[in-house]
Write a protein that binds this ligand. Structure first.
Ligand code: SF4
Length: 484
């Protein structure tokens, strides 16, 4: 029996080092005991000498996708996580494509843990509330949070980027995350009592929450699933929830009574013409994404909101395995309020159907959520969003990715890929490639369907359309592999 001592709960480097050594000596998973946080010493202690190293031809080849998966799984609170990862690792000797077998019990257990980590990180991002503490050196901010898993280090960069100019500390039972506007540091955890009670910012939170609360979209079950009651005691706005729920029916009735009259005639004609097709794409789930969609409806992060009709947020099942990301809504989408319902959307629909992809099972969105255009007489001509607008709107795309957690993202065109990869890209160089994305996601690069509409030559159009369908067929194959 071999005992492995890891330095701390999320000691990925220690796990990797030990697992490599153990696998190289063909130590069976059943002969390894994984311990965390015990006295320092040799990483490995064996009751008996390790077996001789295995032959070079049986050298272990670890799929690239395993690393981000393992980095997430080590953050899970399950005491079995290291044993599970080592078992998967040793199986790569004989099953190099193991990770593609979603139904395999080990793989599906690891994927469940990875998803659970993603959810926990999201909850931390959403539910940390800072309290202001005056000190001799100025105002400091402190928050308390109790994550389910060991996710503090994973969640911390979000707060560093979001609250860069503030001095803040987030305390959890295990870790204190400290940001002094320059350095992110981690220390021992604390207690809830270490964080001061109410401060002036709580009133702001309550006012904000009461204002964004939409009684017409209230779904109590979905709301409590997204915001479990255990987090309420840290949320100043939670005190308002019972009264807002109690008054929701009355307020919604008031909203209906005060609703505007008919929509503009052109808008109405579009609705009638596209009605059936658009209705078929209606939301299939209404939980976290609905809340973010509501927030995005009032977005003012860049100037594009000013001239567009409305925010066009993504749509599709929240549990979708595949996400398609386009550039921005077009004229039709801007009026209807849904992505990919205009002429390019029709090209897209026909091509995905031909490739054997069920659009209803995919999440479809855009890198930029407001229509950018140039007025030309009565027409509004599409204008490409600039780098700043793409950057500003990445905020919403990142939220969609976090909530949907797709396993494959298809970037349609240069703007989508620039947003996803966070750098300008040449679609001609990337087209047809499956690119590794952060957190184990894969991005597939292809053109935007509007590219096909712009081609003047019919023969060229036919050839390029066939190429686009071929790209989508490769996506369909990958979807089938993921489901296998
Ligand atoms: S384009 Fe995106 S970032 Fe800009 S205002 Fe619209 S939703 Fe906000």
């Amino acid at each position: 029996m071999v005992t492995v001592r890891l330095a701390h709960e999320t000691d990925f480097a220690g796990f990797r080092h030990a697992a490599r050594r153990l696998a190289a000596h063909a130590v069976p998973p059943a002969d390894v005991v994984w311990r965390v946080g015990e006295a320092a010493g040799d990483l490995l202690s064996a009751d008996e000498p390790l077996p001789p190293p295995i032959a070079a031809e049986r050298e272990l080849r670890v799929p690239r996708l395993f690393v981000p998966l393992a980095e997430a799984v080590v953050c899970h609170s399950s005491p079995d996580r290291f044993a599970l990862l080592y078992r998967i690792l040793t199986r790569f000797f004989v099953e190099p494509r193991l990770l593609q077998i979603a139904t395999d019990p080990d793989v599906s257990a690891a994927r469940r843990m990875e998803k659970s980590i993603g959810r926990d990180v999201h909850k931390m991002h959403a539910f940390v509330r800072f309290r202001a503490v005056p000190t001799d050196e100025g105002e400091r901010f402190v928050a308390w949070f109790e994550p389910e898993h060991f996710i503090e280090e994973r969640a911390a960069p979000f707060f560093r980027d979001r609250f860069a100019p503030m001095h803040w500390t987030i305390l959890t039972p295990r870790v204190a995350i400290v940001w002094d506007t320059e350095t992110l540091a981690f220390g021992p955890g604390g207690r809830r009592e270490d964080v001061p009670g109410e401060d002036a910012t709580e009133d702001l939170w309550r006012t904000y929450y009461a204002n964004i609360f939409n009684p017409a979209r209230l779904k109590v079950k979905a709301m409590t699933a997204e915001m479990p009651k255990k987090y309420w005691r840290n949320l100043p706005e939670a005190a308002l929830i019972p009264s807002l729920i109690a008054g929701a029916e009355r307020r919604a009735a008031g909203m209906i009574a005060a609703a505007p009259t008919l929509p503009p005639a052109y808008h109405d004609r579009i609705r009638i013409r596209d009605g059936e097709r658009i209705e078929a794409m209606a939301d299939t789930e209404a939980t976290d994404l609905d809340r973010v969609r509501e927030e995005a409806a009032g977005c003012r992060r860049c100037p594009l909101y000013a001239n567009a009709t409305q925010t066009v947020f993504g749509e599709g099942p929240q549990a979708a395995d595949v996400m398609f990301v386009g550039e921005q809504p077009g004229d039709r989408e801007d009026l209807v309020g849904r992505p990919f319902v205009g002429p390019a959307g029709q090209v897209f629909d026909e091509a995905v159907t031909e490739a054997g992809i069920d659009r209803a099972r995919c999440y479809v969105t855009n890198a930029v959520k407001h229509f950018k255009f140039e007025p030309r007489g009565k027409r509004r001509l599409h204008k490409k969003p600039n780098g700043g607008e793409i950057e500003a709107c990445r905020w919403w795309l990142a939220k969609e990715i976090t909530l949907v957690q797709p396993r494959l993202i298809v970037g349609l065109g240069g703007t989508a890929l620039q947003s996803l990869l966070d750098r300008p890209v040449k679609i001609t160089e990337m087209r047809g490639q499956f690119l590794e994305f952060r957190d184990g996601l894969t991005v597939f690069a292809t053109v935007h369907p509007s590219f096909l509409l712009r081609l003047p030559d019919p023969e060229m159009k036919r050839l390029e359309r066939a190429r686009f369908v071929d790209d989508l067929k490769r996506v369909a194959e990958r979807i089938a592999e993921m489901a296998a």
